[in-house]
Ligand binder design. Structure first.
Ligand SMILES: Nc1ncnc2c1ncn2[C@@H]1O[C@H](COP(=O)(O)OP(=O)(O)OP(=O)(O)O)[C@@H](O)[C@H]1O
Ligand SMILES: [Mg+2]
Length: 256
């Protein structure tokens, strides 16, 4: 069963982002510098690219190349030092803090490289809280939740706190937490980094179908060039710069 057909609100049209013309994400010469003087690190340099609504983009590059920094900047979790970022045509730097937060909460969901689950509450409560914070105005979709848990194989772990879960289980809870809000944009930093090949395939196919069926825009960071093949386009980053952008094969390639 697909993600969309599993949902109680299956009649929901494609994400409203589909109605907005032009790219859902646009960056122009984005730069990010950490520190100063001898400690200065140019983590991003002149990053310019557009992402269309519903597009699946993989971002690959070696460790330290700036992938997570780009993730934080695109999600408005840290600001760029130079250049511009447009989300649904809105210049992020021209929004007030409150407007930026509102746009982020209602449109963007994150799967963090280090999961960032709240440690004091259960896996289930982590997912429920994400839905509350997104303030979509829609009731919690239990059918969608159960379907996500089944696909991610976390049904039996929902009443446990993150510290009682394995790294891979925490990662899968973090993915359920991100998808439950049906975000226009999903930013995922190494979402298969802690998973064995079977779970990794399940997660990749889930991201693929939510991008296709709900017109969700997915940006997935990965160091795994085979996982990246699922994307429409693959953006290669080296030393904070775009090295090249190439088409993906749009299918799941098995890890060798
Ligand atoms: N808060 C920070 N302060 C100073 N330098 C930082 C900070 N965060 C990241 N960096 C540096 O910026 C560069 C890019 O880091 P980033 O975390 O974006 O890399 P990455 O591509 O995500 O690497 P990985 O694959 O290991 O996760 C690195 O040289 C890193 O040391
Ligand atoms: Mg990283």
């Amino acid at each position: 069963m697909s993600i969309e057909s599993a949902s109680a609100t299956a009649a929901t049209p494609a994400h409203p982002s589909a109605a907005v013309p032009g790219p859902i994400i646009a960056t122009r010469r984005l730069g990010k510098v950490y520190g100063s003087g001898k400690l200065k690190v140019e983590a991003l340099r002149e990053i310019s690219f557009d992402v269309d609504p519903g597009e699946f983009v993989a971002i690959v590059g070696p460790s330290g190349s700036g992938k997570s920094t780009l993730f934080y900047v695109l999600g408005g979790l840290t600001s760029a030092t130079s250049g511009s970022l447009f989300i649904q045509g809105q210049d992020f730097s021209k929004l007030s803090d409150a407007q930026r937060t509102r746009l982020r909460r209602s449109h963007i969901a994150f799967v963090f490289q280090r999961f960032n689950l709240l440690p004091t509450i259960s896996a289930r409560a982590n997912v429920e809280l994400a839905h509350e914070i997104a303030a979509t105005g829609k009731p919690f979709d239990n059918q969608m939740f159960e379907h996500l848990c089944e696909l991610l194989k976390i049904q039996g772990r929902l009443n446990h706190r993150p510290s009682e879960l394995s790294g891979g289980e925490q990662q899968r809870v973090a993915i359920a937490r991100a998808l439950i809000t049906r975000p226009a944009i999903l930013l995922a930093d190494e979402p298969t980094g802690n998973l064995d090949s079977q779970n990794s395939e399940a997660v990749l196919s889930m991201l693929h179908s939510s991008s296709r069926e709900m017109n969700q825009t997915v940006l997935m960071i990965t160091h795994n060039s085979e996982a990246a093949q699922i994307a429409d386009r693959i953006l290669h980053i080296r030393d904070g710069q775009i090295l090249k952008i190439e088409p993906g094969s749009r299918r799941i390639c098995r890890e060798r």
